[in-house]
Design a protein around this ligand. Structure first.
Ligand code: 5GP
Length: 179
């Protein structure tokens, strides 16, 4: 897997440090609030597992799985819910955990969908943000790292379902996804 990477852009140490900082911030912000952390499968699974252990508060966790139709490295904006939440979020404080915000289309859909269930609040925490690619406005409240417009894998992010278990984040050699 390592040989398929052009370069590593975020090391395991950088990620660990930043995740701890985000956890601390979230811990401060959600004191005495009924918190439910919602991970967006499958990309956010690795980040979510590390993040929630840095949030020193009682919380519920739940997961949602969505897919966008269309090409594998570009988002089409048409979103389908493959797995919905198991719990109700009405009157709870929802924190959505996502791997990366690219065009923002997936998250815009998810936020609107969750808002319709009347939670007390909805905030978004993403590990990575690619603001240069944004097509719609999404309010990212907690952001791990802002990255340039490159296709990245590792720490939960895949290409064709591979590379999710790399402990760091890197850029794939273009020949891997164009062949
Ligand atoms: P958006 O709807 O914001 O364009 O797309 C978000 C989803 O696209 C992410 O959850 C992720 O699955 C996928 N995505 C966007 N950029 C990348 C990237 O650089 N690498 C990988 N592996 N997935 C990406």
């Amino acid at each position: 897997m390592e040989n398929d990477l052009d370069k590593i852009i975020l090391t395991q140490e950088q990620i660990t440090k930043r995740v701890a900082e985000l956890g601390e911030e979230i811990t401060k912000d959600y004191q005495d609030k009924q918190l439910v952390v919602i991970g967006i499968l499958r990309g956010a699974a690795v980040f979510m597992a590390d993040l929630i252990r840095e949030v020193k508060l009682p919380m519920e966790i739940d997961f949602m799985s969505v897919s966008s139709y269309g090409a594998s490295t570009k988002s089409s904006g048409v979103v389908r819910i493959n797995k919905d939440l198991d719990s109700t979020i009405t009157d709870k404080h929802v924190l959505i955990v996502e791997d990366i915000v690219d065009t923002g289309l997936t998250l815009k859909y998810i936020v609107e969908n969750l808002m319709s269930r009347k939670p007390a609040s909805v905030r978004l925490c993403t590990l990575l943000d690619k603001p240069s690619r944004r097509a719609v406005d999404v309010d990212v409240h907690y952001n791990g790292f802002t990255i340039p417009d490159e296709f990245v894998v590792g720490y939960g992010l895949d290409y064709a379902e591979i590379y999710r278990n790399l402990p760091y984040i890197g850029v794939l050699k273009p020949e891997i996804y164009t062949r």
